[in-house]
Design a protein around this ligand. Structure first.
Ligand code: NAP
Ligand code: MG
Length: 400
């Protein structure tokens, strides 16, 4: 082995919890530090540390991501009542991903990692489909009311200048329900920019769909904001990159996605993204083979696995068992971040290494060596290994 690869600007390294924290260290030991003189600014978001710092560490990690532009994050526990007791927490700290996303104003893009011996449930899908979900408003911030009997429901807007606008929702002649939703042009614009930037980054077409034929103001606003941002800031760049922005109705999009061969980014409103990302992830096979990247409208990137801290496996690990937890999504979070860092710094050996590592990982699985979760899905020869053995098998296939 020759000289280690040098890094110029540090990567923001955000550590996490449980099984993924163990895998994090294993990945670094087996596959990264032997090849790279790893330069990171380390933030420990393990639950204990978040509690000790009153969660300030999470905010600092997000600020560092803004400063340097690229971060890699391990899965973290989002505390619930049981975790408050288990870790004796001062309070039920908020989801770190939620905190980081709010600071970066970012959008999450989820992409499956494809291997030849795991076939998607949809036969035509050959290339990954990336889902981008708008993470603000709509039904998630809906205000709801139970209507108890006869009467009229209205939407009323009172401007700061006292000007009032009202619209009758319905004249009820009996009990029913009502809901109001909202969104903000600013948030939709940020979402649109993150999507256009990521499409350019990946050199893939961007699809967006709403139900604007029925929702002539609300959904139509999403369509208009996307179109405006596209025409003002991105059309020329898309033409130069040879990619397309494509808008259609949500029902048409669903039909086209199922018949497609993949290889594009599908931007979804909040609820559509919630539902469709689970559909796409399941159809491609496994959450353990799904990567996720948070992209801010001003071009900061935070890479992570789409799955959680794999608690059940961690308790086995604590009992002294060797677990066969799949490290691929966490490993691809590292390669994604290293590649992006390399691209930004003009560091071609780092970019090259990220690609080598990904190819070695895919080759390992395609040669039948895999963790237990994949053995249930894969076709052909299967040799089940534990996490550490899997990483060593990947290491033996790196060609540099
Ligand atoms: P999870 O950690 O994703 O695991 C759920 C189950 O999926 C596991 O028990 C395992 O199934 C399977 N699985 C997930 N990832 C796997 C992998 N890499 N290899 C093999 N199997 C894998 O979800 P959870 O148990 O609901 O959540 C655990 C903790 O993670 C929670 O505290 C939650 O707050 C946190 N979480 C964090 C993030 C994040 O940081 N982005 C996201 C989601 C959840 P089997 O048990 O059947 O083997
Ligand atoms: Mg969901």
């Amino acid at each position: 082995m020759g000289e280690k690869i040098q890094m110029i600007v540090p990567l923001v390294e955000i550590d996490g919890d449980e099984m993924t924290r163990v895998i994090w260290q294993d990945i670094k030991d087996v596959l990264l530090t032997p090849y790279i003189d790893l330069k990171t600014e380390y933030y420990d978001l393990g639950l204990k540390k978040r509690d000790e710092t009153d969660d300030k560490i999470t905010v600092e990690a997000a600020e560092a991501t803004k400063k340097y532009g690229v971060a890699v994050k391990c899965a973290t526990i989002t505390p619930n009542a049981q975790r408050v007791e288990e870790y004796d927490l001062k309070q039920m700290w908020k989801s770190p991903n939620g905190t980081i996303r709010a600071i970066l104003d970012g959008t999450v893009f989820r992409t499956p990692i494809i291997v030849k011996n795991i076939k998607p449930f949809i036969k035509t899908w050959e290339k990954p489909i990336t889902i981008a979900r708008h993470a603000y408003g709509d039904v998630y911030k809906g205000v709801e009311m139970k209507i108890k009997g006869r009467g009229q429901a209205e939407i009323v807007f009172t401007g700061q200048d006292g000007h009032v606008e009202r619209e009758i929702i319905h004249d009820y002649d009996g009990p029913g329900i009502v809901m109001a939703m909202h969104n903000l042009d600013k948030s939709i614009e940020s979402f649109a920019r993150s999507c256009f930037n990521y499409a350019l980054d990946q050199k893939q077409d961007l699809w967006f769909a709403t139900k604007d034929t029925i929702s002539k103001i609300y959904d139509h606003d999403f369509k208009d904001v996307f179109q405006d941002v596209y025409e003002r800031e991105y059309q020329d760049k898309f033409t130069a990159a040879g990619i397309e922005y494509f808008y259609t109705l949500i029902d048409d999009a669903v039909a086209r996605v199922v018949r497609s061969s993949g290889g594009f980014i599908w931007a979804c409103k909040n609820y559509d993204g919630d539902v469709m990302s689970d559909m796409v992830a399941t159809a491609f096979g496994s959450l353990a083979m799904m990567t996720s990247v948070l992209v801010s409208p001003d071009g900061c990137y935070e890479y992570e696995a789409a799955h959680g801290t794999v608690t059940r496996h961690y308790y086995q690990y604590l009992q002294g068992e060797k677990t066969s937890t799949n490290p691929v999504a966490t490993l691809f979070a590292w390669t994604g971040a290293l590649r992006k860092r390399g691209e930004l710094d003009g560091n071609s050996s780092l970019v090259q290494f990220a690609g080598d590592l990904e190819r070695a990982t895919i080759k390992t699985i395609e040669e039948g060596i895999m963790t237990k979760d994949l053995a249930l899905l894969a076709e052909g020869e299967k040799n089940i290994v534990n996490t550490r053995e899997f990483l060593q098998e990947v290491n033996s296939r790196i060609n540099i």
